[in-house]
Design a protein around this ligand. Structure first.
Ligand code: HEM
Length: 201
């Protein structure tokens, strides 16, 4: 059976970006970068470790999405990451970036396949080439949800911060997910990731 992929019928189809996408306009397209640095707890090595990775990410524009009076301009994004030298990917993300021109609010609403969902928010001006977003455990708006195994102690996400720099034509990001981990006696550790990607199309 033939399938199609794209936004549901009540949204405009994938499209070209214009000024209505504000600071997200520069992100539209495909990017790749092999300077990724991840810091996380390795169960194999039983210690916090650094992992070098390469990454591919696609941002497909859509919109506007209207929630009553609220109008959002979005990018549908899909990301995969591979350890340097490996053929199989080890991390994925799917989600949406959304820009609300009326309030200058950015939303990044995304999932990682450990059963964790984050809605991060931040403020920006339409012409900004850098912005910061955050989410925190327990917030009903910019919050973090995880499956019960993770939340109940194995790796409870307590806060998330993301910084993006689009100046200079690259997509550079740094993110910091604070995890209270059973492997650390319940103490918090900073699971951090950063990369700088080049536009490939
Ligand atoms: C904000 C986005 C992310 C979230 C919510 C997230 C979530 C998590 C969680 C909850 C764990 C702990 C799992 C456990 O204790 O069993 C973890 C571990 C890990 N994450 Fe992430 N992560 C994110 C981004 C990334 C990125 C971008 C990468 C690499 C490209 C990455 C690579 C890893 C690795 C290598 C581990 C350790 C796995 C192991 O050795 O057991 N994560 N992540």
């Amino acid at each position: 059976m033939a399938t199609t992929f794209g936004p549901p019928a009540h949204m405009a189809a994938f499209t070209d970006v214009d000024e209505r996408w504000g600071p997200l306009a520069k992100l539209a397209g495909q990017w790749a970068g092999d300077k990724g640095r991840d810091f996380s707890f390795s169960y194999g090595e039983k210690k916090d470790t650094e992992n070098l990775y390469r990454e591919e990410i696609t941002f497909d524009p859509f919109g506007p999405v209207d929630n009553g009076k609220q109008s959002l301009f979005g990018l549908d994004y899909r990301m995969k990451a591979w350890r340097i030298g490996a053929d199989d990917f080890f991390h994925m993300e799917v989600g949406y970036w959304l820009w609300e021109p009326a309030t200058g609010t950015l939303h990044r609403c995304f999932m990682v396949p450990r059963s964790t969902t984050i809605v991060a928010e931040g403020k920006a001006a339409a012409g900004d080439t850098g912005f910061k977003l955050s989410a925190k455990q327990g917030s009903p708006t910019n919050g973090i949800l995880s499956n019960s195994y993770l939340y109940d102690g194995a790796a409870k996400s307590t806060g998330y911060e993301l910084e993006v720099d689009l100046s200079g034509g690259t997509y550079a990001y740094k993110e910091d997910l604070v995890l209270a981990m059973a492997s650390h006696g319940g103490a918090e550790m900073h699971h951090t990731d950063e990369n700088t990607l080049q536009k490939v199309s």
